[in-house]
Design a binder for this molecule. Structure first.
Ligand code: GTP
Ligand code: MG
Length: 313
């Protein structure tokens, strides 16, 4: 049987391998944690996309903790895992809730192709499995296939679906869907949005409008504003997160495509530099390839701490 967190561990395998091998290599010279070793670990952390600022902070911590004295690979990994866990925890917030008697409204945004629609299908499944009724709203009216793609995910996850006309007003679709969700006493409404319009400025304006119109129908909506980020994006993910946060006010992040990337450290950079909590990670294309984010498991998975022997890479 799969352990609950093994999917996250699997997803982090490449990043973990890069980091643990980097640390091993740095200490291999047998001169302890001298400045050459620290430089080499810093490079490893930057290559895993933890970000320059975060990497420098971690290296300063290592220097302070171990001086240039002898230390083991395990000590370094455990120290870094704990520091990273702390950084991730600092960005954590309480989970969101809907207004009593009203649907929980989740709006999902992100640049094109990051995995918004797929993530919505997965989230829908999680809610339905927990006994909640779900409506998915296709407020991506830009792409011809987008509405159909979301309706397929609605079928797969046993959710209801509200769509609109191609090229129609995305905010109107969102409004109608929320109206339907309230009328049918649905527990959850998840709103899919476009990742691309003719210009990025239009996109931001459209998203702001979708958000505002949801709030007109239900003052607390959207309760959750999730930004989906592709783990392979690299440091550009930081500027994406900043831009969406400024326009929309994000409540959380979803990191997709963690499977197959050696750059999973981007989560740490975003959490630490923008203080936005990660809510979920996506670890594949299937409906159950999603996991609620757990700071401790993520940090340990990144550094290979507390692994069952069979998982060691
Ligand atoms: N490996 C992997 N692939 C994923 C994951 N999430 C999404 N994908 C794939 O990424 C591709 C794009 O996913 P979509 O859900 O269509 O992305 P989107 O953000 O809705 O795209 P647009 O609507 O065009 O902006 C698809 O091929 C998905 O199967 C993941 O966690 N892991
Ligand atoms: Mg989409």
């Amino acid at each position: 049987m799969r352990k609950p967190f093994s999917r996250l561990r699997d997803g982090l395998a490449k990043t973990r391998r890069a980091i643990t091998e980097g640390i091993r290599g740095a200490l291999d010279r047998g001169t302890g944690l001298d400045s050459a070793a620290l430089d080499s670990i810093e490079e490893t952390l930057i290559a895993a996309d933890l970000g320059v600022e975060t990497a420098m902070h971690l290296i300063a911590g290592l220097r302070e903790r171990f001086g240039s004295g002898a230390t083991t690979e395990d000590e370094v990994r455990e120290f870094l895992a704990l520091e990273i866990e702390r950084a991730l925890q600092a960005a954590e917030t309480e989970g969101v809730q809907g207004e009593p008697g009203a649907p929980l409204v989740v709006m999902v945004a992100g640049v094109n192709g990051v995995g918004k629609t797929t993530t919505i299908g997965k989230l829908s499944r999680l809610h339905v499995d927990e006994g909640r009724s779900v409506i998915l709203a296709a407020a991506d009216t830009f792409r011809a296939a987008a509405t159909e793609q979301l309706s397929i995910w609605a079928d797969r996850s046993d959710a209801h679906f509200v769509g609109g006309q191609l090229g129609g007003d995305a905010a109107a679709v969102a409004y109608d869907a929320l109206d339907a969700a309230i009328a049918r006493s649905a527990d959850v409404l998840i709103v899919d949005t476009a990742g691309r319009l003719h210009t990025q400025k239009n996109l931001m304006q459209e998203l702001v409008k979708v958000k505002r119109v949801l709030g007109k129908r239900l003052p607390s909506a959207p309760n959750e504003l999730l930004l989906v980020i592709d783990a392979n994006t690299g440091q550009n993910a930081l500027s994406q997160a900043r831009m969406f946060d400024e326009a929309l006010g994000l409540t959380g992040l979803v990191l997709t495509k963690l499977d197959g990337t050696a750059r999973g450290g981007i989560v740490v950079a975003i959490a630490r530099e923008l203080a936005i909590p990660v809510r979920f990670v996506g670890t594949g294309e299937a409906i159950d390839d999603i996991e609620p984010f757990d700071s401790s498991e993520f940090a340990k998975g990144l550094l290979g701490v507390d692994e069952a022997p069979s998982e060691t890479t």
